[in-house]
Design a binder for this molecule. Structure first.
Ligand SMILES: Nc1ncnc2c1ncn2[C@@H]1O[C@H](COP(=O)(O)OP(=O)(O)OP(=O)(O)O)[C@@H](O)[C@H]1O
Ligand SMILES: [Mg+2]
Length: 413
């Protein structure tokens, strides 16, 4: 008697986005049921989750949830924690590692692991948070400090930015004393880092990671959103490219972050990490364009790998294993190599690659066909209409169709 199909459910906890969820749903429908090497058949479906009262003992139906809300909202965040603790649901990402380990923690971990984080100082709140007891504590125990001395030690220009960061909120490039004080006064109840600026960098590399896959992209933060990712393939030397990849994988494996974007500035042969914690990375078609098909297929492949193989969430950070390498007398390059082995173990890179090759052998063809289909174009058209003023629709459609056309050419058989 043949075994009944195993059913899996992927839940999407969504904000305002429509483009990638629709793309994800369409691509999953095209992939269809999955047959593993042992002959078992898996049916995977996807559902957009709703926010509603929940009993802490209630079942959670999805095996895996891709979350886009926990960073901002308590209710879905607490539901995710319940799902992780009570039901063992697989989460991309888990609030247990993302909520507690934001940008500041990533700097600390990177420092401890021997990476080249720019000089960074955390200063107390400009205004005590709105809590009468904190006002008392601050008045009694906050030690007076000289902001100018800290800034002069770091040197101008410097960056002032919130310790938990995201979306350029509260980020300023400070060129002198006046700007320093203005920025600090404006920071109010935000907790701020002062950070040495990496001036005159050659390249800004932004890496998007989905599970065991990482794409390193040439990012130009000074341009408008639709132009920030350049389509360029050899913008780093092989050596620097490998270093950027190794650092991204290391930090993601270290914190168990499986859906994240990381930023480094490259000056000469030096690689400086500046932002390694983005729990809700941008994957809009209007910013990723050329890289969008890769991002959606990686998200789908990783979700299928986790659900179909029954990969379990692993929140134990095992920091000692990493610190043992950090504390050894290996060189920087040797440490990166040793860390890479830990990253591969965490992400089961070998097993994932094998899974994609044997269980999803047609994936590239399916993605190619999908990107060439009217359904894919409809996602683009609807997104452009929802994103830009009417007078700009034609221009942007031509722009993104051009870039996706380039993807089609580059990925043609
Ligand atoms: N130390 C630095 N040296 C040079 N440039 C920096 C530095 N820190 C930040 N920047 C610039 O400021 C921008 C915003 O900083 P950062 O990425 O830390 O903030 P964010 O709020 O996380 O922004 P985003 O959401 O765009 O990643 C960076 O993209 C970079 O252009
Ligand atoms: Mg950033």
């Amino acid at each position: 008697m043949s075994q009944p199909d195993t059913k899996h459910l992927i839940g999407l906890l969504l904000g305002a986005e429509e483009d990638w969820p629709r793309a994800f749903e369409e691509l999953l429908a095209r992939v269809g049921p999955i047959r593993t090497a042992d002959g078992d058949k898996h049916e995977v479906s996807v559902q957009r989750l709703t926010i509603e009262p929940f009993d802490l003992r209630q079942d959670v139906h999805p095996d895996l949830v891709i979350d886009r809300l926990a960073y901002w909202y308590y209710h879905p965040r607490e539901w995710l924690k319940k799902a992780a603790l009570v039901n063992g649901t697989y989460l991309l990402n888990s609030p247990f590692t993302f909520q507690s380990m934001e940008k500041h923690s990533a700097y600390c971990a990177m420092l401890r692991l021997g990476l080249k984080v720019p000089q960074t100082v955390l200063v107390p709140y400009k205004h005590p948070v709105d809590n009468s007891r904190w006002a008392y504590t601050a008045a009694k125990y906050n030690r007076a400090f000289d902001l100018d001395t800290i800034a002069e030690k770091l040197g101008y220009p410097l960056f002032m930015k919130p310790f938990d960061g995201g979306g350029w909120r509260g980020v300023s490039r400070v060129r002198n004393r006046d700007e320093l004080h203005r920025a600090y006064d404006d920071s109010g109840e935000m907790l701020m880092h002062l950070q040495e600026s990496i001036e005159g960098y050659d390249v800004f590399a932004r890496s998007l990671t989905v599970g065991a896959e990482t794409m390193v992209m040439n990012f130009r933060p000074e341009l408008p959103m639709h132009d920030r990712y350049a389509v360029s393939h050899d913008f780093l030397t092989a050596e620097t490219g490998a270093e950027v990849l190794a650092i991204s994988r290391l930090i993601n494996a270290f914190f168990r972050w499986e859906f994240n974007s990381c930023e480094v500035l490259v000056r000469g042969t030096e690689v400086y990490p500046i932002d390694y914690a983005n729990g809700c990375p941008d994957i809009a078609i209007t910013s990723l364009h050329y890289y969008f098909p890769w991002a959606i297929s990686a998200l789908l492949k990783w979700s299928l790998f986790c659900t179909v193989t029954g990969r379990r969430p692993r929140l134990d950070l095992e920091t000692a294993k990493y610190f043992e390498i950090a504390d050894s007398d290996r060189t920087y390059a040797e440490k990166l190599t040793a860390y890479a082995a830990l990253s591969e173990t965490y992400f089961q890179t070998g097993r994932y690659t094998e899974f994609c090759a044997s269980v999803l052998p047609d994936m590239d063809d399916i993605v190619r066909e999908w990107v060439g289909s009217p359904e894919f174009d409809a996602v683009l058209v609807d997104t452009v209409r929802a994103t830009y003023p009417q007078a700009e629709h034609e221009r942007f459609l031509a722009h993104f169709r051009g870039l996706l056309g380039l993807w089609k050419t580059d990925n043609a058989i």
